[in-house]
Design a binder for this molecule. Sequence first.
Ligand SMILES: [Ca+2]
Length: 326
Amino acid sequence: MNEIKSGFSYVPDKTVKIIFDTDMDTDVDDTGALAVLYSYVQEGRAEVLATVGSCNSGCAVKCIGGINAYYGFPNVPVGISPHCPSSGKSPYQSVIAEKYGKDYPDDKSARSALEVYREALSSAEDNSVVITVIGALNNLHDLLKSESDKYSPLNGIELVKQKVKLCIIMGGRFPKSAPAGEYNIRLDVDAAYYVIHNCPVSILWSGQEIGEVIFTGDKRGEMTEDDPVRLAYDIYGNDKTGTYKRQSWDLTTIMFAVEGAGDYWDIQTGSIEINTEKKILVSDYGPAYNNWTAGAGKDARLVQKMEPEKIADMLNERMVRAKKQK
Ligand SMILES: [Ca+2]
């Protein structure tokens, strides 16, 4: 019925409909990714159907919602996982929450990510949604395992198959990870394993090696003075000079979602394997260890093409372009 399931192809829609799934606590590039996303939204190139947090770490919902509201979208739904696979420690989350997110609930009383996911998907057009995961895979796992509910008679796998055009996941390292595995996979390795083996639509992997060499955030002095993302980078880098910069794992993921591979990256189809079932067990390799086998298949990964400095310039420019909206 849908050819994307037997082979990989991705042409972004004129306005890409995105569900933004973020850990929004330990690292700051999730905030940068949200600024990049709203720069596209403000140009009509993307629409945010929902934002969900994968780590119930105190005030992630207030932080995410506060940034949504700052850029003009206070009504974008925000949900949160009941779990917190990360350490939950964030240098910036509570500051952003306090200053920008007062109108949102704390994580304990917020809507569940699963409900927000299912509601957003059920009301979307078929084969239209791009899911971007830039944290742990627990929310996507919970979605795939979900049963029918008041939003849809479809179970999670059926719902994703009907509504989702592509899942883009920042996770793994290619062609193989360090023995301990990549951070987002490691956060919830069982969830990652389930997603890898049960996601009914194509997954595009943006590996650790892609954003690792692209540094951004050091043009934030050109952002509006009260911009929450600018503040998050100031706090995270303990730097008020505006020169601190951070790797761009999550920003590049959003850029691909809206722009596609373009001249920026090559695409290699194949399949990821992680170590959970000890299939590739080496005694000191952890369960999150991953490798990649190139070949035909529904999934693919990004491969570096354009010079990282050029992509950094574009992402920095996007962060500056995202503006406060009343
Ligand atoms: Ca992240």
